[in-house]
Design a protein around this ligand. Structure first.
Ligand SMILES: [Zn+2]
Length: 280
């Protein structure tokens, strides 16, 4: 997920929502969509209102002239005939990518709103902070911003081999690059060295940035790198890693789905190594 072309973010809800405003309405973690399963449609704010659905509104911005607003519906909001609540993952490849990206953004704002209703320090109900996407406590002044959790992904190479691991939480056959969340006090590079050491027991060098991806499950920013093997024995950490192996770049195992940055990282690296640009 990334910011779509032609999207101007904002956080101030217009007093009157113009016709054609898109309503990204969530009941718990699922979004209200209409239309056929293969071509789902996001309702307009008027449609949402005519369906009798309402909730706290969060302005998201303008997508090519259409205002985009996130709505947090009640957990028991009804499902009107002809409409359904769909998990975001089920909309991959069905909803146009710009709308999917806004839906993912909307989900994160709605989820933040729901989980920051009270001050984490003194328990007083929070209020919107004027002028920015934030909530403040009227009693103690504590401020809460939407959460984004940075995480790193690293594809370690050794000559023309790639280090891929199967995490315990993955489906049985799927291998991917190593990944982990940044801890307080760490740089992203510190995190890469620590996670690779902890997860598979090896050392790396030559860390090179690849790309980043916003991931709404629930609120991570995945920052992907390649790195070169620098030493150590492959010893997978049994609690997180079911299996870790070196794979020749012409003998890839089952990989993560193409929507993931992991897949792009692995495929781009295979192309680079197969092209002879890999160091040996
Ligand atoms: Zn407080």
């Amino acid at each position: 997920m990334r910011t779509p072309e032609g999207f101007t973010p904002g956080h101030v809800l217009p007093t009157l929502l113009p016709a054609g405003t898109l309503a990204f309405a969530f009941r718990d973690a699922k979004i209200l969509v209409g239309g056929p399963t293969e071509t789902p449609a996001i309702p307009t704010a008027e449609e949402l209102e005519s369906l009798g659905l309402a909730g706290r509104a969060h302005y998201l911005g303008d997508l090519g002239g259409a205002h985009c607003v996130a709505f947090a519906l009640a957990d028991d909001a009804p499902e009107p005939p002809g409409w359904r609540y769909a998990g975001l993952r089920s909309l991959f490849f069905a909803l146009p990518e710009p709308l999917l990206a806004i839906a993912a953004r909307a989900f994160q704002i709605v989820d933040w709103d729901r989980t920051h209703r009270y001050c984490g320090r003194c328990g007083t109900p929070m209020r919107e902070k004027p002028g920015e996407r934030a909530k403040e406590c009227p009693a103690c002044g504590h401020t809460a911003f939407p959460r984004v959790s940075p995480a790193m992904m690293v594809l370690v190479t050794r000559g023309r081999e790639l280090l891929l691991a199967r995490a315990n939480r993955f489906p049985t056959a799927m291998f991917s690059a190593l990944a982990g969340f940044v801890e307080p006090g760490e740089t992203i590079e510190d995190c890469i060295h620590r996670e690779v050491r902890e997860e598979v027991g090896v050392e790396v060098t030559g860390i090179t940035y690849f790309a980043s991806q916003s991931w709404a499950f629930p609120h991570s920013l995945m920052i992907a790198f390649t790195a070169e093997y620098a030493g150590g024995e492959l010893v997978p950490d049994a609690t997180e890693i079911a299996e870790a192996r070196w794979f020749a770049c012409d003998a890839m195992p089952q990989l993560p789905p193409s929507v993931s940055i992991a897949r792009r990282l692995i495929e781009a690296t295979v192309v680079r190594l197969a092209g002879g640009a890999g160091r040996s």
